[in-house]
Design a protein around this ligand. Structure first.
Ligand code: NAP
Length: 436
Protein backbone atom coordinates (compact mmCIF):
# COMPACT_ATOMS: atom_id res chain seq x y z
CA UNK A 1 0.00 0.00 0.00
CA UNK A 2 1.34 3.40 -0.96
CA UNK A 3 2.18 6.12 1.53
CA UNK A 4 -0.27 8.94 1.10
CA UNK A 5 -0.03 12.57 2.12
CA UNK A 6 -3.71 13.45 2.00
CA UNK A 7 -5.61 10.17 1.85
CA UNK A 8 -6.57 8.52 5.10
CA UNK A 9 -6.82 4.77 4.77
CA UNK A 10 -9.69 3.50 6.94
CA UNK A 11 -8.48 1.14 9.64
CA UNK A 12 -11.59 -1.03 9.73
CA UNK A 13 -11.47 -2.15 6.07
CA UNK A 14 -9.38 -4.60 4.01
CA UNK A 15 -7.80 -4.20 0.61
CA UNK A 16 -9.14 -6.02 -2.42
CA UNK A 17 -6.30 -8.19 -3.72
CA UNK A 18 -5.53 -9.73 -7.08
CA UNK A 19 -4.61 -13.40 -6.92
CA UNK A 20 -3.97 -15.46 -10.05
CA UNK A 21 -5.87 -13.03 -12.20
CA UNK A 22 -8.92 -12.92 -9.93
CA UNK A 23 -9.93 -10.09 -7.64
CA UNK A 24 -10.69 -11.41 -4.19
CA UNK A 25 -13.21 -9.29 -2.37
CA UNK A 26 -13.21 -9.21 1.43
CA UNK A 27 -16.45 -8.60 3.36
CA UNK A 28 -15.28 -5.10 4.25
CA UNK A 29 -13.46 -3.87 1.12
CA UNK A 30 -11.82 -0.45 1.15
CA UNK A 31 -13.26 1.50 -1.75
CA UNK A 32 -11.80 4.86 -2.79
CA UNK A 33 -14.30 7.52 -3.79
CA UNK A 34 -14.07 10.97 -5.38
CA UNK A 35 -16.93 13.12 -4.23
CA UNK A 36 -16.84 15.29 -7.35
CA UNK A 37 -17.36 18.98 -8.06
CA UNK A 38 -20.50 21.11 -8.41
CA UNK A 39 -23.47 18.87 -7.61
CA UNK A 40 -21.01 16.08 -6.67
CA UNK A 41 -21.19 16.50 -2.85
CA UNK A 42 -25.03 16.51 -2.86
CA UNK A 43 -25.12 13.40 -5.04
CA UNK A 44 -22.45 11.67 -3.03
CA UNK A 45 -24.02 12.11 0.40
CA UNK A 46 -27.38 10.87 -0.91
CA UNK A 47 -26.01 7.90 -2.88
CA UNK A 48 -23.68 6.52 -0.23
CA UNK A 49 -26.58 6.20 2.22
CA UNK A 50 -28.57 4.20 -0.34
CA UNK A 51 -25.74 1.73 -1.08
CA UNK A 52 -24.85 1.28 2.58
CA UNK A 53 -28.50 0.63 3.47
CA UNK A 54 -28.87 -1.98 0.73
CA UNK A 55 -25.62 -3.76 1.67
CA UNK A 56 -26.53 -3.77 5.34
CA UNK A 57 -30.02 -5.12 4.68
CA UNK A 58 -28.91 -7.73 2.11
CA UNK A 59 -26.10 -9.21 4.20
CA UNK A 60 -27.47 -8.48 7.68
CA UNK A 61 -24.42 -6.47 8.64
CA UNK A 62 -21.90 -9.16 7.54
CA UNK A 63 -20.65 -7.05 4.66
CA UNK A 64 -19.82 -3.36 4.74
CA UNK A 65 -17.88 -1.05 2.47
CA UNK A 66 -15.06 0.93 4.11
CA UNK A 67 -15.15 4.17 2.12
CA UNK A 68 -11.88 6.01 1.57
CA UNK A 69 -11.97 9.52 0.18
CA UNK A 70 -9.43 10.33 -2.52
CA UNK A 71 -9.13 13.75 -4.07
CA UNK A 72 -9.55 15.13 -7.58
CA UNK A 73 -10.97 18.31 -9.05
CA UNK A 74 -11.55 21.50 -7.09
CA UNK A 75 -11.32 19.82 -3.69
CA UNK A 76 -7.92 18.36 -4.61
CA UNK A 77 -6.73 21.70 -5.96
CA UNK A 78 -7.74 23.49 -2.75
CA UNK A 79 -6.02 20.86 -0.62
CA UNK A 80 -2.90 20.06 -2.64
CA UNK A 81 -2.53 22.66 -5.41
CA UNK A 82 -3.05 19.93 -8.00
CA UNK A 83 -6.22 18.98 -9.88
CA UNK A 84 -5.31 15.32 -10.02
CA UNK A 85 -2.68 14.37 -7.43
CA UNK A 86 -0.57 11.35 -8.28
CA UNK A 87 -1.55 9.67 -5.01
CA UNK A 88 -5.20 9.63 -6.15
CA UNK A 89 -4.27 7.77 -9.32
CA UNK A 90 -2.01 5.42 -7.33
CA UNK A 91 -4.70 4.69 -4.75
CA UNK A 92 -7.34 3.81 -7.36
CA UNK A 93 -4.83 1.48 -9.02
CA UNK A 94 -3.84 -0.14 -5.72
CA UNK A 95 -7.38 -0.61 -4.40
CA UNK A 96 -8.75 -1.72 -7.82
CA UNK A 97 -12.38 -0.59 -7.47
CA UNK A 98 -13.40 3.05 -7.07
CA UNK A 99 -16.33 5.37 -7.71
CA UNK A 100 -16.57 9.03 -8.54
CA UNK A 101 -18.94 11.95 -8.94
CA UNK A 102 -18.61 14.39 -11.84
CA UNK A 103 -15.48 16.53 -12.10
CA UNK A 104 -14.99 20.04 -13.37
CA UNK A 105 -12.79 20.43 -16.39
CA UNK A 106 -10.22 23.00 -15.21
CA UNK A 107 -9.95 26.01 -17.49
CA UNK A 108 -6.27 26.45 -18.47
CA UNK A 109 -3.55 24.61 -16.57
CA UNK A 110 -2.85 22.18 -19.40
CA UNK A 111 -5.34 19.47 -18.39
CA UNK A 112 -7.75 18.56 -21.13
CA UNK A 113 -10.15 16.69 -18.86
CA UNK A 114 -9.67 15.02 -15.50
CA UNK A 115 -11.90 12.15 -16.59
CA UNK A 116 -9.88 11.52 -19.72
CA UNK A 117 -6.65 11.77 -17.70
CA UNK A 118 -7.90 9.18 -15.19
CA UNK A 119 -8.88 6.81 -18.01
CA UNK A 120 -5.52 7.20 -19.71
CA UNK A 121 -3.34 6.99 -16.60
CA UNK A 122 -5.11 3.85 -15.35
CA UNK A 123 -5.56 2.39 -18.86
CA UNK A 124 -9.30 2.01 -18.33
CA UNK A 125 -9.95 0.97 -21.90
CA UNK A 126 -13.60 -0.07 -21.74
CA UNK A 127 -16.33 2.45 -21.09
CA UNK A 128 -19.27 0.30 -20.02
CA UNK A 129 -22.79 1.74 -20.06
CA UNK A 130 -25.81 -0.41 -19.33
CA UNK A 131 -28.99 1.13 -20.71
CA UNK A 132 -32.32 -0.19 -19.58
CA UNK A 133 -35.63 1.24 -18.57
CA UNK A 134 -36.76 1.56 -14.98
CA UNK A 135 -40.50 1.19 -14.51
CA UNK A 136 -42.27 4.53 -14.20
CA UNK A 137 -39.57 6.66 -15.87
CA UNK A 138 -41.05 8.93 -18.55
CA UNK A 139 -39.83 8.02 -22.03
CA UNK A 140 -40.35 9.35 -25.58
CA UNK A 141 -40.97 5.86 -27.06
CA UNK A 142 -43.91 3.45 -26.84
CA UNK A 143 -41.99 0.46 -25.57
CA UNK A 144 -39.05 1.63 -23.47
CA UNK A 145 -39.07 -1.76 -21.71
CA UNK A 146 -37.61 -3.34 -24.87
CA UNK A 147 -34.31 -1.57 -24.26
CA UNK A 148 -31.86 -3.62 -22.21
CA UNK A 149 -28.42 -3.23 -23.69
CA UNK A 150 -24.89 -2.88 -22.36
CA UNK A 151 -22.55 -0.75 -24.44
CA UNK A 152 -18.80 -1.47 -24.40
CA UNK A 153 -17.14 1.57 -25.88
CA UNK A 154 -13.40 1.57 -26.64
CA UNK A 155 -11.87 4.36 -24.60
CA UNK A 156 -8.30 4.83 -25.78
CA UNK A 157 -8.19 4.95 -29.60
CA UNK A 158 -10.05 6.38 -32.59
CA UNK A 159 -10.17 9.87 -34.08
CA UNK A 160 -11.67 10.74 -30.73
CA UNK A 161 -8.48 10.12 -28.76
CA UNK A 162 -7.24 13.65 -29.35
CA UNK A 163 -4.43 13.21 -31.89
CA UNK A 164 -5.27 16.25 -33.93
CA UNK A 165 -3.78 19.48 -35.26
CA UNK A 166 -5.30 22.83 -35.99
CA UNK A 167 -5.76 24.24 -39.46
CA UNK A 168 -2.59 26.07 -40.52
CA UNK A 169 -0.44 24.68 -37.70
CA UNK A 170 3.06 23.54 -38.55
CA UNK A 171 2.14 19.94 -37.71
CA UNK A 172 -0.96 19.97 -39.92
CA UNK A 173 1.03 21.48 -42.79
CA UNK A 174 3.78 18.87 -42.42
CA UNK A 175 1.29 16.02 -42.50
CA UNK A 176 -0.45 17.44 -45.56
CA UNK A 177 2.93 17.72 -47.29
CA UNK A 178 3.92 14.19 -46.31
CA UNK A 179 0.66 12.74 -47.57
CA UNK A 180 0.99 14.61 -50.82
CA UNK A 181 4.66 13.91 -51.49
CA UNK A 182 5.10 10.42 -50.09
CA UNK A 183 1.64 8.91 -50.43
CA UNK A 184 0.37 10.75 -53.44
CA UNK A 185 -2.93 11.84 -51.94
CA UNK A 186 -4.34 15.35 -51.93
CA UNK A 187 -5.64 17.07 -48.82
CA UNK A 188 -7.07 20.58 -49.20
CA UNK A 189 -4.81 23.33 -47.92
CA UNK A 190 -5.55 24.70 -44.47
CA UNK A 191 -7.31 21.48 -43.46
CA UNK A 192 -7.36 20.61 -39.79
CA UNK A 193 -6.03 17.08 -39.27
CA UNK A 194 -7.24 14.32 -36.95
CA UNK A 195 -5.78 10.82 -36.79
CA UNK A 196 -7.86 7.69 -36.34
CA UNK A 197 -5.67 4.86 -35.07
CA UNK A 198 -7.41 1.52 -34.46
CA UNK A 199 -5.22 -1.39 -33.37
CA UNK A 200 -5.79 -5.14 -33.19
CA UNK A 201 -4.61 -5.01 -29.56
CA UNK A 202 -7.10 -2.28 -28.59
CA UNK A 203 -9.98 -3.84 -30.50
CA UNK A 204 -9.42 -7.37 -29.28
CA UNK A 205 -9.06 -6.57 -25.60
CA UNK A 206 -12.35 -4.68 -25.71
CA UNK A 207 -14.20 -7.48 -27.51
CA UNK A 208 -12.69 -10.02 -25.10
CA UNK A 209 -14.02 -8.03 -22.16
CA UNK A 210 -17.47 -7.74 -23.74
CA UNK A 211 -17.68 -11.48 -24.49
CA UNK A 212 -16.55 -12.39 -20.98
CA UNK A 213 -19.22 -10.06 -19.62
CA UNK A 214 -21.86 -11.64 -21.86
CA UNK A 215 -20.85 -15.12 -20.68
CA UNK A 216 -20.86 -14.13 -16.99
CA UNK A 217 -24.25 -12.43 -17.23
CA UNK A 218 -25.99 -14.95 -19.50
CA UNK A 219 -26.41 -12.39 -22.27
CA UNK A 220 -27.64 -13.56 -25.68
CA UNK A 221 -25.67 -11.60 -28.27
CA UNK A 222 -22.76 -9.28 -28.98
CA UNK A 223 -23.08 -6.75 -31.77
CA UNK A 224 -19.91 -5.26 -33.24
CA UNK A 225 -21.03 -1.79 -34.29
CA UNK A 226 -18.84 -0.14 -36.94
CA UNK A 227 -18.73 1.93 -40.10
CA UNK A 228 -16.50 -0.56 -41.90
CA UNK A 229 -18.28 -0.34 -45.23
CA UNK A 230 -16.60 3.06 -45.66
CA UNK A 231 -13.65 3.11 -43.24
CA UNK A 232 -12.40 -0.35 -44.09
CA UNK A 233 -9.01 -0.36 -42.43
CA UNK A 234 -10.10 1.14 -39.14
CA UNK A 235 -13.76 0.44 -38.45
CA UNK A 236 -13.85 -2.56 -40.80
CA UNK A 237 -10.71 -3.93 -39.21
CA UNK A 238 -12.29 -3.55 -35.76
CA UNK A 239 -15.11 -5.80 -36.92
CA UNK A 240 -12.71 -8.35 -38.44
CA UNK A 241 -10.52 -8.44 -35.33
CA UNK A 242 -13.65 -8.78 -33.20
CA UNK A 243 -14.80 -11.88 -35.09
CA UNK A 244 -11.24 -13.24 -35.13
CA UNK A 245 -10.94 -12.92 -31.35
CA UNK A 246 -14.38 -14.42 -30.78
CA UNK A 247 -13.57 -17.45 -32.93
CA UNK A 248 -10.05 -17.93 -31.57
CA UNK A 249 -10.76 -17.56 -27.86
CA UNK A 250 -14.43 -18.38 -27.40
CA UNK A 251 -15.16 -20.95 -30.11
CA UNK A 252 -17.27 -23.18 -27.88
CA UNK A 253 -19.27 -20.36 -26.36
CA UNK A 254 -20.17 -18.33 -29.44
CA UNK A 255 -21.73 -18.71 -32.85
CA UNK A 256 -21.52 -15.99 -35.46
CA UNK A 257 -24.73 -14.79 -37.02
CA UNK A 258 -23.37 -15.82 -40.41
CA UNK A 259 -22.86 -19.38 -39.16
CA UNK A 260 -26.37 -19.37 -37.80
CA UNK A 261 -27.63 -18.37 -41.22
CA UNK A 262 -25.69 -21.25 -42.74
CA UNK A 263 -27.20 -23.68 -40.27
CA UNK A 264 -30.60 -22.32 -41.21
CA UNK A 265 -29.84 -22.79 -44.90
CA UNK A 266 -28.37 -26.25 -44.38
CA UNK A 267 -31.57 -27.30 -42.63
CA UNK A 268 -33.41 -26.04 -45.70
CA UNK A 269 -31.16 -28.21 -47.90
CA UNK A 270 -29.25 -25.21 -49.29
CA UNK A 271 -25.45 -25.26 -49.41
CA UNK A 272 -23.88 -22.96 -46.82
CA UNK A 273 -22.31 -19.99 -48.49
CA UNK A 274 -21.20 -17.68 -45.75
CA UNK A 275 -17.93 -17.16 -44.03
CA UNK A 276 -17.91 -15.77 -40.53
CA UNK A 277 -17.04 -12.12 -40.71
CA UNK A 278 -19.10 -11.28 -43.77
CA UNK A 279 -21.33 -8.27 -43.20
CA UNK A 280 -24.15 -10.06 -41.49
CA UNK A 281 -26.58 -7.19 -41.62
CA UNK A 282 -26.80 -7.21 -45.40
CA UNK A 283 -29.12 -10.16 -45.45
CA UNK A 284 -32.06 -8.76 -43.48
CA UNK A 285 -34.39 -10.62 -41.17
CA UNK A 286 -33.29 -12.99 -38.47
CA UNK A 287 -31.77 -16.45 -38.92
CA UNK A 288 -34.08 -19.19 -37.74
CA UNK A 289 -31.30 -21.47 -36.43
CA UNK A 290 -31.06 -22.24 -32.74
CA UNK A 291 -27.93 -20.84 -31.10
CA UNK A 292 -28.51 -23.03 -28.02
CA UNK A 293 -26.51 -21.65 -25.14
CA UNK A 294 -24.06 -19.98 -27.47
CA UNK A 295 -23.80 -16.22 -27.66
CA UNK A 296 -24.51 -14.88 -31.13
CA UNK A 297 -21.78 -12.59 -32.43
CA UNK A 298 -23.04 -10.27 -35.15
CA UNK A 299 -22.14 -6.92 -36.62
CA UNK A 300 -24.07 -3.89 -37.71
CA UNK A 301 -23.14 -0.76 -39.57
CA UNK A 302 -23.36 2.24 -37.28
CA UNK A 303 -26.01 4.23 -39.11
CA UNK A 304 -28.39 1.30 -39.37
CA UNK A 305 -27.77 0.58 -35.72
CA UNK A 306 -29.22 3.99 -34.80
CA UNK A 307 -32.42 3.07 -36.63
CA UNK A 308 -32.56 -0.37 -35.20
CA UNK A 309 -32.21 0.50 -31.53
CA UNK A 310 -35.46 2.40 -32.13
CA UNK A 311 -37.30 0.01 -34.43
CA UNK A 312 -35.94 -3.42 -33.39
CA UNK A 313 -34.74 -2.55 -29.92
CA UNK A 314 -34.95 -5.99 -28.37
CA UNK A 315 -32.64 -7.56 -30.98
CA UNK A 316 -29.69 -5.91 -29.25
CA UNK A 317 -27.97 -6.96 -26.09
CA UNK A 318 -24.24 -6.33 -25.59
CA UNK A 319 -22.98 -3.76 -28.09
CA UNK A 320 -19.26 -3.43 -28.64
CA UNK A 321 -17.96 -0.45 -30.55
CA UNK A 322 -15.27 2.12 -31.22
CA UNK A 323 -14.79 5.31 -29.25
CA UNK A 324 -16.75 7.86 -31.29
CA UNK A 325 -19.63 5.54 -32.26
CA UNK A 326 -19.83 4.54 -28.61
CA UNK A 327 -20.15 8.12 -27.45
CA UNK A 328 -23.09 8.76 -29.78
CA UNK A 329 -24.95 5.49 -29.30
CA UNK A 330 -24.68 5.68 -25.49
CA UNK A 331 -26.56 8.97 -25.35
CA UNK A 332 -29.05 8.03 -28.07
CA UNK A 333 -29.90 4.81 -26.25
CA UNK A 334 -30.13 6.58 -22.88
CA UNK A 335 -32.55 9.13 -24.37
CA UNK A 336 -34.92 6.28 -25.26
CA UNK A 337 -35.28 5.25 -21.63
CA UNK A 338 -35.49 8.63 -19.91
CA UNK A 339 -32.26 10.49 -20.51
CA UNK A 340 -28.84 10.99 -19.03
CA UNK A 341 -30.02 11.86 -15.51
CA UNK A 342 -30.40 8.15 -14.84
CA UNK A 343 -27.60 6.73 -16.99
CA UNK A 344 -24.84 4.90 -15.11
CA UNK A 345 -21.35 4.14 -16.35
CA UNK A 346 -17.96 2.68 -15.59
CA UNK A 347 -14.47 2.79 -17.04
CA UNK A 348 -12.80 -0.54 -16.71
CA UNK A 349 -9.31 -1.82 -17.45
CA UNK A 350 -7.97 -5.35 -17.06
CA UNK A 351 -8.83 -5.26 -13.33
CA UNK A 352 -9.18 -1.67 -12.17
CA UNK A 353 -12.70 -0.28 -12.44
CA UNK A 354 -13.81 3.31 -11.88
CA UNK A 355 -17.58 3.76 -11.70
CA UNK A 356 -19.03 7.18 -12.45
CA UNK A 357 -22.12 9.26 -13.04
CA UNK A 358 -22.29 10.03 -16.75
CA UNK A 359 -23.50 13.63 -16.49
CA UNK A 360 -21.37 16.65 -15.57
CA UNK A 361 -21.15 18.90 -12.53
CA UNK A 362 -24.24 21.04 -13.37
CA UNK A 363 -22.64 24.03 -11.55
CA UNK A 364 -25.85 26.09 -11.51
CA UNK A 365 -27.40 23.54 -9.14
CA UNK A 366 -24.34 23.09 -6.87
CA UNK A 367 -25.18 22.96 -3.17
CA UNK A 368 -28.95 23.20 -3.74
CA UNK A 369 -29.84 19.62 -2.82
CA UNK A 370 -31.90 19.52 -5.98
CA UNK A 371 -30.62 17.23 -8.73
CA UNK A 372 -31.26 13.58 -9.45
CA UNK A 373 -28.73 11.22 -7.83
CA UNK A 374 -30.01 8.35 -10.04
CA UNK A 375 -27.02 8.22 -12.36
CA UNK A 376 -24.52 7.95 -9.49
CA UNK A 377 -26.72 5.52 -7.53
CA UNK A 378 -27.00 3.23 -10.57
CA UNK A 379 -23.25 3.48 -11.18
CA UNK A 380 -22.94 2.21 -7.61
CA UNK A 381 -25.24 -0.66 -8.58
CA UNK A 382 -22.76 -1.58 -11.31
CA UNK A 383 -20.02 -1.42 -8.68
CA UNK A 384 -21.93 -3.74 -6.35
CA UNK A 385 -22.33 -6.17 -9.27
CA UNK A 386 -18.59 -5.95 -9.99
CA UNK A 387 -17.95 -6.80 -6.33
CA UNK A 388 -20.24 -9.82 -6.81
CA UNK A 389 -22.79 -8.37 -4.37
CA UNK A 390 -25.75 -8.97 -6.66
CA UNK A 391 -28.40 -9.09 -3.92
CA UNK A 392 -27.56 -5.59 -2.75
CA UNK A 393 -27.40 -4.36 -6.35
CA UNK A 394 -30.85 -5.78 -7.14
CA UNK A 395 -32.24 -4.31 -3.94
CA UNK A 396 -31.16 -0.78 -4.89
CA UNK A 397 -32.72 -1.09 -8.35
CA UNK A 398 -36.01 -2.45 -6.99
CA UNK A 399 -36.23 0.26 -4.34
CA UNK A 400 -35.44 3.00 -6.83
CA UNK A 401 -38.01 1.66 -9.27
CA UNK A 402 -40.60 1.56 -6.52
CA UNK A 403 -39.82 5.15 -5.52
CA UNK A 404 -40.25 6.33 -9.11
CA UNK A 405 -43.50 4.35 -9.43
CA UNK A 406 -44.70 6.14 -6.29
CA UNK A 407 -43.97 9.31 -8.26
CA UNK A 408 -41.61 10.64 -5.62
CA UNK A 409 -38.93 12.13 -7.85
CA UNK A 410 -36.46 14.99 -8.29
CA UNK A 411 -37.26 18.06 -10.42
CA UNK A 412 -36.00 16.63 -13.71
CA UNK A 413 -38.43 13.71 -13.68
CA UNK A 414 -41.23 15.63 -11.97
CA UNK A 415 -41.44 18.08 -14.88
CA UNK A 416 -42.08 15.16 -17.25
CA UNK A 417 -44.58 13.24 -15.11
CA UNK A 418 -48.20 13.96 -14.23
CA UNK A 419 -49.16 14.08 -10.58
CA UNK A 420 -45.61 13.54 -9.29
CA UNK A 421 -44.24 14.91 -6.02
CA UNK A 422 -41.01 16.87 -6.40
CA UNK A 423 -38.42 16.11 -3.73
CA UNK A 424 -34.81 17.11 -3.08
CA UNK A 425 -31.77 14.93 -3.71
CA UNK A 426 -31.58 13.90 -0.07
CA UNK A 427 -35.33 13.26 0.24
CA UNK A 428 -35.25 11.10 -2.90
CA UNK A 429 -32.52 9.04 -1.23
CA UNK A 430 -34.62 8.86 1.97
CA UNK A 431 -37.56 7.54 -0.06
CA UNK A 432 -35.38 4.88 -1.72
CA UNK A 433 -34.01 3.83 1.66
CA UNK A 434 -37.56 3.59 3.04
CA UNK A 435 -38.36 1.21 0.15
CA UNK A 436 -35.25 -0.83 0.92
P1 NAP B 1 -23.94 18.80 -17.08
O1 NAP B 1 -23.19 19.16 -15.87
O2 NAP B 1 -24.18 17.36 -17.33
O3 NAP B 1 -25.32 19.57 -17.03
C1 NAP B 1 -26.16 19.82 -18.13
C2 NAP B 1 -27.62 19.76 -17.73
O4 NAP B 1 -27.99 18.40 -17.55
C3 NAP B 1 -27.97 20.41 -16.40
O5 NAP B 1 -28.13 21.80 -16.54
C4 NAP B 1 -29.26 19.70 -16.08
O6 NAP B 1 -30.33 20.09 -16.97
C5 NAP B 1 -28.94 18.29 -16.52
N1 NAP B 1 -28.35 17.46 -15.45
C6 NAP B 1 -27.07 17.09 -15.26
N2 NAP B 1 -26.95 16.32 -14.18
C7 NAP B 1 -28.18 16.17 -13.68
C8 NAP B 1 -28.70 15.47 -12.56
N3 NAP B 1 -27.93 14.75 -11.75
N4 NAP B 1 -30.03 15.55 -12.32
C9 NAP B 1 -30.83 16.25 -13.13
N5 NAP B 1 -30.40 16.93 -14.19
C10 NAP B 1 -29.08 16.89 -14.47
O7 NAP B 1 -23.20 19.36 -18.38
P2 NAP B 1 -22.42 20.72 -18.62
O8 NAP B 1 -23.19 21.85 -18.00
O9 NAP B 1 -22.15 20.74 -20.07
O10 NAP B 1 -21.03 20.55 -17.89
C11 NAP B 1 -20.69 21.13 -16.63
C12 NAP B 1 -19.29 20.70 -16.21
O11 NAP B 1 -19.24 19.29 -16.03
C13 NAP B 1 -18.17 21.03 -17.17
O12 NAP B 1 -17.04 21.46 -16.44
C14 NAP B 1 -17.87 19.70 -17.84
O13 NAP B 1 -16.56 19.64 -18.31
C15 NAP B 1 -18.11 18.74 -16.71
N6 NAP B 1 -18.44 17.36 -17.13
C16 NAP B 1 -17.96 16.37 -16.36
C17 NAP B 1 -18.29 15.05 -16.64
C18 NAP B 1 -17.75 13.95 -15.76
O14 NAP B 1 -17.17 14.22 -14.73
N7 NAP B 1 -17.96 12.70 -16.13
C19 NAP B 1 -19.11 14.76 -17.73
C20 NAP B 1 -19.61 15.81 -18.50
C21 NAP B 1 -19.28 17.12 -18.18
P3 NAP B 1 -31.42 21.25 -16.74
O15 NAP B 1 -30.69 22.54 -16.92
O16 NAP B 1 -32.41 20.98 -17.82
O17 NAP B 1 -32.01 21.12 -15.38
Amino acid sequence: MGKYNYIEVPTEGEMIVLTNGILSIPDNPIIPFIEGDGIGPDLWSASVRVWDAAVDKSYKGKKKIAWMEVFAGQKAFDKTGEWLPQETVDAIGEFYIAIKGPLTTPVGGGIRSLNVSLRQLLDLYACVRPVRWLKGVPSPVKHPEKMDIVIFRENTEDVYAGIEWQSGSEEAERIIEFIKNDLNKEIREKSGIGIKPISPFGSKRLVRKAINYAIDRGRKSITLMHKGNIMKYTEGAFKDWGYELALEEFRDQIITEAELWDETRAEDGVTPVTKPGAFSNLRGGKPAGDPGNRIIVKDRIADSMFQQILTRTDEYDVVCTLNLNGDYISDAAAAQVGGLGLAPGANIGDYVALFEATHGTAPKYAGQDKVNPGSLILSGVMMLEYLGWQDAADMVVRAMEETILQKTVTYDLERQMEGATKVSTSKFADAIIANI
